[in-house]
Structures are given as structure tokens and as C-alpha cells.
Design a protein. Structure first.
Length: 164
């Protein structure tokens, strides 16, 4: 198995483990801890740096960007599976619990009942296991592309000067 695929698997598995930690601790229901979920971005970037360091001697800038994007694509595929299992099987009340937490956060912010209902209605379409999983996949892919564009600047085979 190539480094690219290994790194992609690490992204998916490590982000999946972090999601399970969020579920088992109940942090996804806690307004003070909810945003700590985004540690997945640090996990992904860390794995991309590791993976792109491994592939740097053989790849140009474009090759590194492609490798990092492929790593994220593989990781995103695993994230889809973990996310569906998380919201549909392991934590079937996930969306209800997040909705309850969101209502409480809006109340603390001083929003009216009408404002709260409007905000909840606007986001209701996204509160399904499939949409959440696909959002996670898309976020992983976009983050991977952007991070790879930046990381590859520093980690790549240096282009050889053209010979006369």
C-alpha cells in the first residue's frame, strides 16, 4: 500500500476516532465543547504534513497537491462510513440532542421563539445521517485541497533547472 493511501486511511480512522470520542464524552451536546469537534482539521493537516513529507522526494508541486487531495479523498470516504454509523446507529438521538443544545444556545443569545424556529427550519434539511456524512466528506476534501496547496509549497521535489 502506498503512502498516499496509508495517509488517507489514517485521516479517516483518526478523524473517526475523534468523532467517537466526541460521542462517548457527550461533548457534542455541550455548547462549551461542541466546537472542539473541529480538532479533525488539525488531525487532517497533521497527517497531510506527514504523508506529503514521505512523498516529497518523488513529487513536484502539482504531484504533491494531487497526493494530498487523494489522501483526503480516501480519508473522506472512511469519514462517510463512520459518520453514518455514528448518527444512525451508535447515537440515534444525535440530531435531537444537537437541536436541544442549539435551542438553548439561541435562548442564551436572546433570540426570540420566532427567530429560533426560523433558524432551526432553515437548517432542518441538513439534519440527516446522509447529508451530515456528505458534508463531512466535502469538508475533508476541500480542507485537504487547500492544505495541500499550502503544504506542497514547502514539501516537494525541487524542480530541476532546464538544461541548455
Amino acid at each position: 500500500m502506498t503512502t498516499t493511501y496509508k495517509a488517507g486511511m489514517y485521516i479517516g480512522v483518526l478523524c473517526g476516532i475523534w468523532q467517537l470520542i466526541m460521542g462517548l464524552t457527550g461533548w457534542y451536546k455541550d455548547p462549551a465543547m461542541y466546537n472542539i469537534f473541529f480538532v479533525v482539521i488539525l488531525i487532517q493537516v497533521g497527517v497531510l504534513i506527514w504523508g506529503l513529507k514521505q512523498t516529497a522526494p518523488a513529487k513536484t508541486y502539482g504531484g504533491q497537491v494531487g497526493a494530498g487531495t487523494l489522501m483526503s479523498l480516501v480519508g473522506g470516504g472512511i469519514i462517510i462510513i463512520v459518520s453514518i454509523l455514528f448518527t444512525a446507529l451508535l447515537f440515534p438521538k444525535y440530531f435531537e440532542e444537537v437541536r436541544t443544545m442549539t435551542i438553548e444556545m439561541y435562548k442564551v443569545q436572546g433570540k426570540t421563539e420566532e427567530e429560533i424556529n426560523a433558524l432551526l427550519s432553515a437548517s432542518q434539511w441538513s439534519q440527516t445521517p446522509i447529508v451530515t456524512a456528505l458534508s463531512g466528506f466535502l469538508g475533508t476534501l476541500v480542507t485537504g485541497l487547500i492544505a495541500s496547496l499550502i503544504i506542497a509549497i514547502f514539501l516537494r521535489k525541487k524542480d530541476q533547472p532546464a538544461s541548455a
